[in-house]
Design a protein around this ligand. Sequence first.
Ligand code: GLY
Length: 401
Amino acid sequence: MKKGLGAVITSIAFTASSLCYAGPGPEKENWLAKSVNTISYQLTRAAKTYVPGQNPRSVNPNGTLRVAPVQDWTTGFFPGTLWYGYELTKDTELAKEARRFTLQLDSVRYITNTHDLGFMLYCSYGNGYRLTGDKTYLAALADGAKNLSARFSTKTGVIRSWDFGVWHYPVIIDNMMNLEFLYWAAKTFNQPLYAQEASTHATTTMKNHFRKNYSSYHLVDYDPETGKVLDKVTHQGLTNESSWARGQAWGLYGYTMCYKNTQDKKFLEQAERIAAFIMHHPQMPKDKIPAWDFDVHNALDGAPRDASAAAIIASALLDLSQYTKDGSSYFKYAEDILKTLSTEEYMAKPGENHFFILKHSVGAFLYNSEIDTPLDYADYYYLEALNRYITIKKIDLQNKK
Ligand code: GLY
């Protein structure tokens, strides 16, 4: 079913609960209907306005758009958001646009100098393949997965994140996210080694990236020959010992996803411990949108919030709610985040915000880069979370009865 611009979804139908935790009973989800209308409008306009390969990334301090060129680590998020928009609305125009923006990223398959191939290819081509089954998406995914796997070293037991910087063999917590691409590629291309590498990376990271309270360092530097840990530092957090909010979110999402792919209980336990750190953190504001670092002392009082961290946490907790006996606290926390993100404080008015959906994220505060701005990955994980939410609650957005 195709809907036009700004389609009005007036009511939402609910069906019986699933075997897993399915959230509280039926209620009128006006916030969800309103949010889907805004998403539909913003994505349709964004796709008509922007040029594939020059994808919208964020907004510069002078109010102009910052684009993500093809080789940017965030380049896959806009096509991926279009795919999730299609999944939410069933608007086939959005699927056409998602395809157009995805196919422009073909040359990413030849990139070898970053771990971000998961973000770049799995969010774009991966979602395209998942939703359409179109095999033309597979070649780029196969090449990309091969290049990501090639960055794994048996000496360190981890995938190298970056080739730049002052470090010897840097691995950032964000790298956990790119393992999903390897798990998927292992099955799809019959490459069991990819899955082994992903699990080894997750296990090594569990050992070296985490503190006693299950917060994580941002970057661990390894000796490439011996695998010895040389340093534990931050790149985007407040200090080496602080808890950068998006880093904690990447870790939560990463270990939940590793458990989903392996059924290895140690990954589930890790995810639950990270969830506890985040959910019970004294600096978490009442509305559950964290400041950009949990150790910013005025977090409850004016420090820039990071909606991208909140969206990633929501998406991860919804997943986690499905793997534990009583996932209700995870579900409820994620639902609270989604409701906050869907208020006027965080969600753009249709036509505003350069057609991004969410406002108020932080890229790299101490580099004075992307502070209090929309971010393409905030939108991506917000839409992913909404899709997870309606799947768990068995909400049929298209049923107007
Ligand atoms: N992966 C980079 C970031 O989260 O900012």
